[in-house]
Design a protein around this ligand. Structure first.
Ligand code: NAD
Length: 277
């Protein structure tokens, strides 16, 4: 099985599919990531906030595969915003991971009320310059926040990682990012189990037609739009199910049927308001 890659605006490539680790318990992370690696996962998304960078790094370091086979993303949390704090937070993340560099480092939220995301981004530019993060990007940024970075800083983020699933498609953010060469990463791609996305009749009907699960159909919907996706699971059967999405294709009609499920169902915080500090 080969996982497609997406070309990023800095000349690098990212595997389009990977493993999410939000709420993956720290003491189980190495085991779960090791299982995922055995199933073919190579792209792992973590964050300082998740408290499990050590397990992610251990699984990678203890695998028989070279570091270059992996694509590792981590993120700076809001409480570490600002140049000096971000520099220190990045060092802590590398220490936790036990790696010399990450493939992608993200600003986790814009937290516009703190007015620190521009300073934080400038520090990410320096980190990229140092080679310890190959690429840098943002998460939960709305077009206004991206436009301000474009105006006041030098490097365009390679990705914007946003909450995105059929019930919350954020079409204005996607359109802005497409126009500016910023790839979209969908977080909460399966709706985080918070609303019964996977039970909606439109999705179940399509899943039955392909003899696939609702989760697999929703993951195809992301992939066929060019979104990067890393569903989270801690269960071996679901890890295997989620990566088994490269042997079938949804028709245009099926894609449209799923896209018609837009319902403004935001499960996470509103990026304009969130400043958890
Ligand atoms: P998700 O949509 O991936 O949902 C995960 C939940 O879906 C699991 O806990 C499980 O209950 C269920 N699930 C997984 N596979 C399934 C299957 N095959 N069938 C049925 N149910 C299944 O939500 P997520 O974990 O929040 O998002 C994915 C990743 O995105 C995270 O793990 C994290 O890495 C990242 N993330 C980033 C942010 C951010 O602010 N940048 C926020 C949340 C998550």
């Amino acid at each position: 099985m080969s996982i497609p890659v997406i070309a990023l605006n800095d000349g690098t490539q990212i595997p389009q599919f990977g493993l999410g680790t939000y709420k993956t318990p720290a003491d189980e992370t190495e085991r779960i990531v090791t299982e995922a690696i055995a199933l073919g996962y190579r792209h792992i998304d973590t964050a300082a906030l998740y408290g499990n960078e050590a397990g992610v790094g251990a699984a990678i370091r203890h695998s028989a595969l070279p570091r270059e086979e992996f694509y590792v993303t981590t993120k700076v949390w809001i409480s570490d915003f600002g140049a000096a704090q971000t520099a220190a937070a990045f060092n802590r993340s590398l220490d936790q991971l036990g790696l010399e560099s990450v493939d992608l480092y993200l600003v986790h939220w814009p937290a516009p009320g703190l007015d620190l995301y521009v300073d934080t981004w400038r520090e990410l530019e320096r980190i990229r310059e140092s080679g310890r993060a190959t690429s840098i990007g943002v998460s939960n940024f709305m077009p206004e926040h991206l436009a301000r970075l474009a105006e006041e800083t030098d490097v365009t983020p390679v990705v914007n990682q946003i909450e995105l699933h059929p019930g919350l498609q954020q079409r204005n953010v996607v359109a802005y990012c497409r126009e500016h060469g910023i790839a979209i990463e969908s977080w909460g791609p399966l709706g985080q189990g918070k609303y019964p996305l996977l039970e909606l009749p439109e999705i179940v009907t399509i899943a039955d037609a392909h003899q696939k699960s609702p989760a697999q159909v929703v993951l195809r919907w992301h992939l066929q739009q060019g979104f990067i996706v890393f569903p989270k699971s801690t269960a071996a059967a679901r890890l295997a199910e989620n990566i088994d999405v490269f042997g079938f294709e949804l028709s245009d009609t099926e894609m449209q049927s799923i896209s018609s499920l837009e319902a403004d169902r935001r499960g996470g915080p509103n990026p304009y308001e969130f400043t958890a500090r």
